[in-house]
Design a protein around this ligand. Sequence first.
Ligand SMILES: Nc1ncnc2c1ncn2[C@@H]1O[C@H](COP(=O)(O)OP(=O)(O)OP(=O)(O)O)[C@@H](O)[C@H]1O
Ligand SMILES: [Mg+2]
Length: 316
Amino acid sequence: LLARWIAAKLAQPIQQMSTLMTRYADGERQLRYEGKRSDEIESVGQAFNYLSNKLEKAELEREQAEAAVRQSERLAAIGQMAAGIGHEINNPLMNIQSLAKLIKQYSSSDDVQLSKDLHTMQAEVKRCAHIVQGILNFAKETDVDNKDFNLISLLSETVALYAHQARQQKVAFEQQGLESFVLYGDRSQLQQVFVNIISNALQASKPGSIIKVLTHAEHEQWVVVEILDEGVGVLPEHLSQLFNPFFSTKPEGQGTGLGLSVSYGIVQNHRGEVIVRNRDPHGVRVIVRLPVDHRELTKYPLADTSTVDGDNSDIT
Ligand SMILES: Nc1ncnc2c1ncn2[C@@H]1O[C@H](COP(=O)(O)OP(=O)(O)OP(=O)(O)O)[C@@H](O)[C@H]1O
Ligand SMILES: [Mg+2]
């Protein structure tokens, strides 16, 4: 009788563990062992928890990697399409431009309304040409020009480009962190990245606010640049779309929605990552992480995302 009692006592927790594992395997991924014992069952339970936490993390990383691949495929496809459309539109646009000029020359100068309309027409054509140029720049396959350069000087230079605009907007810049940092990469492409991020920050900033540009090194493997503003922030439902080409919340004529997608591509080509997060209580933190050395890569294909973390829509 005693033996049976002991056997049942032993079998019960093992039975419970096996039910737990079966339910987990069948998809109840939130299940964990929650018993409190001091025997072997406890260590099996803890091992189960360890295993399921590991699995959950791996799953998350796989999802992020897939998201990065989808993003870069989308970018490549849209880039090709955009280049095609850009070329097609450019020619008729130039024809309209020349015709407007001709009509202006041949029409009598006392027709005030006509010359006013022609003027508007030319201005509108110019606006289209500007957008088309942006699209062509986006799709352009530029040659990579990698060399050693001082990242901190590049940042100061880029901030200086916006000093005038910031003063007018009564926004202050603060640059903190590393004094100097030599990075290997394409200086002018990376400048394009910081130009895009800083101009977004300025566009979002209110008078009296501060934009911080912070730098630090991480485990001697990464150099991290963070651009923090105190502006309006991003609506949670927009966070996952920021890197999509042509995604813009700005009024017509003020944003083509290419800044962040272009930046994403450039940073990806440097084997780095860009993350955009909302700040508490308001504003945006853009994090650019670049690997300190990737000298072995002389030419990097855009579609190869093998080392890139897909966390491009980080939500906090
Ligand atoms: N610092 C920021 N604060 C608030 N919103 C931002 C910030 N940076 C980006 N965004 C949001 O992300 C969108 C996409 O940015 P992106 O730079 O790609 O395009 P854009 O600024 O709208 O146009 P473009 O850069 O082509 O002139 C913006 O329209 C804006 O809604
Ligand atoms: Mg922008």
